[in-house]
Design a protein around this ligand. Structure first.
Ligand SMILES: [Zn+2]
Length: 397
């Protein structure tokens, strides 16, 4: 049985207005992948329609999230009671695969792809920015977790109908799922078992399952972020052991917000990051160690390249700490910083400066100026030789 989604143009009012007529694409083999992929396309269409009406860049981060929840989420969550149990994330959780695989499966879900793209567009980071930092700093859970309550409530209603021997069509469809042990029914039961509620149908059960999934995700997030070498700076500055909306996202200046997010998530072009992706082939041809590509070009002279092969030679890396606290290139910007803010920065006590309500806007401006000085906006000259080899970033979960 196939209900095609009709194309209704790109107008937001059309998309929202047609919610009650949107269908779900069912494959004859029972797969719901086509349905979620269609919903993802509808969600994208709704997002761009919204963007054509409102300049999202001028809104606060909280307002953009509210608009997503009010206007996009209802579009993409349509019929979640039928497809949520077959998403990659739920399948991975009930199969009890290892944490990294669960996160990879989650990122491959069509609707979570849309969700992550939305978060990255809002945070103004590139698409290769680590997904864990996007969840971590916005406090946003994966869509599947947000929708779990709806799906389990629906399952419980059907189970109650089944118990009362209702003559409705939907009860017979549910009984067929149960008797033939079909995927939708089996996956829901496994989800209930994980949360320890497979015999209960009380009204609080859906909430508890949502919380259980959220707790599971938080644990995964906490473990996996510490395993990631790319997130070493993020792990130092992130204080809470769970996902949490960070105050710096409330900064009025969008450019400051963007720079702080890029700094925290290491989604920038400092050499500590670009040097990470230098290949063995490039290393062999350049006759240098990998650490050479991570050096601060201002502090380390090109003449010392041969020294990198010596065992005692420590190259000064151009990383987040270096540019913020010690690089002489930005000394002038440091002296211009407010006295109290500068004192906080130089004391560097548990990165308190990134959380200080009173001074966070000063640090936002400070980081923006550093990035502007480090990466001045100039027209690229085609024949200019690159000081660093062109490298390809690897996607991080
Ligand atoms: Zn330096």
């Amino acid at each position: 049985m196939t209900h095609g989604l009709r194309d209704r143009g790109s107008s937001l009012s059309d998309v929202i207005g047609s919610l009650d007529t949107i269908g779900i694409v069912f494959n004859l083999n029972g797969s719901t992948t086509a349905a979620t992929d269609e919903l993802r396309k509808k969600g994208l269409k709704a997002y761009f329609a919204l963007k054509s009406i409102i300049n999202l860049g001028e809104l606060s981060t909280r307002s953009v999230f509210k608009l997503f929840d009010a206007l996009i989420l209802p579009v993409v969550s349509y019929g979640c009671q039928t497809w949520l149990q077959e998403t990659n994330f739920v399948k991975a959780v009930i199969s009890e695969v290892d944490g990294k695989r669960i996160l990879q499966k989650l990122a491959a879900d069509p609707l979570e792809k849309l969700h992550l793209r939305f978060l990255k567009w809002t945070l103004q980071v590139h698409k290769k920015c680590a997904n864990l930092t996007c969840y971590g700093d916005t406090g946003k859970s994966p869509l599947v977790i947000q929708l779990a309550k709806q799906a389990i409530s629906y399952f419980n209603r059907l189970r109650d109908l089944d118990k009362t021997r209702s003559k409705s069509f939907v009860r017979h469809a549910f009984a067929e799922q149960r008797i033939n042990k079909l995927t939708w029914y089996q996956n829901t039961i496994k989800l209930l078992e994980i949360a320890g509620h497979h015999h209960q149908t009380d009204s609080a059960c859906p909430t508890r399952i949502k919380l259980k999934l959220q707790e599971h995700f938080n644990q995964l997030w906490e473990v996996e972020r510490h395993k990631s070498s790319k997130l070493s700076y993020y792990n130092q500055v992130k204080r809470t052991p769970h996902i949490h909306y960070e105050d710096f996202l409330d900064l009025v200046c969008t450019e400051d917000r963007k720079c702080l997010m890029r700094l925290r998530s290491s989604s920038h072009r400092l050499n500590c990051e670009t040097g990470r992706y230098v290949t063995d082939k490039e290393l062999a041809t350049s006759n240098a160690r990998k650490s050479w590509y991570k050096r601060c070009e201002f502090c380390v002279s090109d003449d010392t390249k041969w020294l990198t092969h010596l065992p005692f030679c420590n190259i000064i890396e151009e990383d987040e700490h270096h540019i913020l606290i010690s690089c002489p290139k930005f000394h002038q910007l440091r002296t211009e910083l407010h006295e109290e803010a500068k004192s906080l920065l130089l004391r560097n006590e548990d990165h308190h400066y990134l959380y200080n309500q009173q001074h966070i806007y000063r640090f936002g401006g400070y980081v923006r100026k550093i990035f502007n000085q480090r990466f001045p906006k100039t027209k690229k000259k085609k024949d200019t030789k690159r000081s660093q080899p062109k490298v390809k970033r690897q996607e991080t979960v």
